[in-house]
Design a protein around this ligand. Structure first.
Ligand code: F6P
Length: 544
């Protein structure tokens, strides 16, 4: 590691170990509010309508300055710009990471290739296809209009579009969206009764077009289509979203029904590409364009805003403080909006597949812990589920709280309660409840002194538990595009700061490889070479 970078890391780590000049611990938050009435203003940041509040973390001026020094020492701006220039930042696969080109901005290149021109061509085809379907010019084999779109895909070919559809689809939108991911046929059996093959358009979404789960489900659904509309007409109901044009042809999907993207789009960054076609069809083309526009606005911010006002960079640096300074191994994502129910799952893939790495770009073991475990649920449901541990468990769990100012329903009372809960969680986590407060509260309610002493340790909250709050003015295609791109750029920034490749995913390969021989054994073939546990389980599964 370069000397300047090592020194910058050491400075951050030293601040995390030391007590502050006022004697408070580096991870404490309450004293910072007590000492600085202006803290919210100084530690919250607005950009393009979004408000990011970092004040309920233990960031101080000194910590923030050290983290910004780290960003500079890691050459974050130069490496970010190299990504935008289409350099092969995904070094293990020798590929660019050009998801920014997908939002329709001009000027992106991948080596010799004009990536923006390529994207513009595919977007134009997606638009024509979408309009032909939604305007009823392109119909099913029996002449009926398409009413439903079924996306078959998994991981990045499922989670992003499924999350956006869950957030933005409303009755009355052009087509009903459905997402089939798991190879567990219970998933298909659950969706199938809601579909009529004559009115269903099926998208096989797979970057590689070889993924076992997707190809298995595609075969099931193809057979269902053939039964419903006749084998000869199946093609009328199929389209493919893929980089593998040979395989889509072999599957029998006509070339004009294949919407390609390139290998410089990582699966978890692909919802803006042809993989988003289910969104264009189900939400309408305009909504899809607004989604891209929101992401584009965040790209412009990420590429141009100074580090100290750059929302993705600040989010990334805050994560560095939590993971590497304070030793947090997990992070919760709590959207206080039911429509964002699938956002935690999308971010889980985006972040954990990108940042779950243990070696640096040059293959050396990392010097610092990398990506935390990400999990979450919408508030307020999370409060009645895992938040107990976040409040009183032994290890702090930083949380992202996402609030939406203006709902799309007319139930103002419900919305105020939702917001009040979100704000209260963040305040409770930060403030906690001291022994003195618990004693006073219990005494006021008439609890006997001995009972107070017995319950005291159970009722104390340590507090000083960090949250980051992101406030959206409204949830719509534009703001959702901003939010997803915000996290994508946070991930890219963390990859740079940790010196790891955020764009490959070798960790998912081993399980895939081992599935082959085990499947053969389950089909009745030999099981040799398996460990004793797997052999025992195979025997139990095969026993009549
Ligand atoms: O889980 C590994 C992975 O390669 C993801 O990165 C990807 O999104 C998913 O599998 C699906 O892959 P494909 O789109 O090629 O079917």
């Amino acid at each position: 590691m370069a000397e300047g970078l090592a020194a910058a890391w050491a400075a951050v780590e030293a601040l995390a170990r030391q007590r502050r000049p006022d004697g408070s611990a580096a991870g404490s938050i309450r004293p910072l509010f007590a000492a600085d009435p202006d803290r919210f203003r100084r530690f919250s940041h607005a950009a393009d309508g979004l408000l990011l509040d970092l004040s309920k973390t233990s960031l101080t001026d000194a910590v923030r300055a050290a983290l910004l020094d780290l960003a500079r020492a890691a050459e974050l701006p130069a490496r970010r710009d190299a990504m935008a220039r289409g350099e092969a930042v995904n070094v293990t696969e020798r590929r660019a990471a050009l998801h920014m080109a997908l939002r329709g901005t001009n000027g992106f290149r991948a080596g010799e290739e004009d990536a923006s021109a390529e994207v513009a061509g595919v977007l134009a085809r997606m638009r024509d296809f979408t309009l032909a379907v939604t305007e009823g010019r392109l119909r099913g084999a029996t002449g009926e209009r398409f009413t439903d779109v079924l996306n078959i895909g998994i991981g990045g070919s499922d989670l992003g579009p499924a999350m956006v559809a869950r957030a933005l689809w409303t009755p009355g939108a052009p087509l009903r969206p459905h997402y089939l991911g798991n190879v567990d046929a219970h998933a298909w059996e659950e969706i199938q009764p809601r579909l009529d093959p004559r009115r269903t358009l099926v998208l096989v979404a797979s970057k590689t077009f070889t993924t076992q789960e997707t190809m298995t489900n595609a075969a099931l659904v193809r057979a269902w289509l053939a039964e419903g509309v006749g084998e000869a007409a199946v093609g009328t109901h199929l389209a493919a979203l893929s980089t593998n044009l040979k395989a889509t042809e072999a599957f029998g999907i006509a070339a004009d029904r294949v919407f390609p993207f390139r290998d410089w789009v990582g699966g978890r960054f692909s919802l803006w590409s042809a993989i988003g076609l289910s969104l264009a069809l189900s939400l309408g083309w305009q909504s899809f364009e607004r989604l891209l526009a929101g992401a584009r606005a965040m790209d412009a911010h990420f590429l141009a805003a100074p580090l100290e006002a750059n929302l993705p960079v600040l989010l990334a640096l805050t994560e560095i403080w939590h993971v590497n300074g304070l030793g947090c191994a997990t992070r919760a994502v709590l959207p206080y909006d039911e429509r964002l129910a699938r956002l935690p799952a999308h971010l889980q893939q985006l972040e954990m597949e990108s940042l779950g790495k243990r070696v640096t770009l040059d293959g050396a073991p990392v010097a610092h812990d990398t990506g935390p475990v990400v999990f979450g649920e919408p508030g307020t449901n999370a409060q009645h589920s895992f938040m107990q541990l976040v409040h009183q468990g032994t290890r702090p769990v930083p949380a992202d709280i996402i609030l939406v100012k203006r709902p799309d329903h007319a139930h103002a009372d419900s919305h105020r309660k939702l917001l009040a809960n979100g704000l209260a969680q963040a305040a409770a986590l930060m403030r906690g409840k001291t022994e003195a407060e618990v004693r006073a509260e219990m005494a006021a309610s008439g609890t006997a002194p001995a009972e107070i002493e017995r319950l005291l340790p159970h009722r104390v909250f340590p507090g000083d538990r960090p949250t980051v709050t992101l406030l959206l003015p409204h949830l719509d295609a534009f703001t959702l595009g901003q939010v997803v791109a915000l996290y994508e750029h946070k991930v890219a920034s963390l990859g740079i700061l940790w010196g790891i490749n955020a764009f490959d995913q070798w960790g998912v390969e081993l399980g895939k490889q081992l599935t082959g021989p085990i499947l053969k054994a389950l089909e009745g073939g030999p099981a040799e070479g398996q460990d004793a546990s797997t052999l025992g389980l195979l025997a139990a599964l095969r026993a009549g």
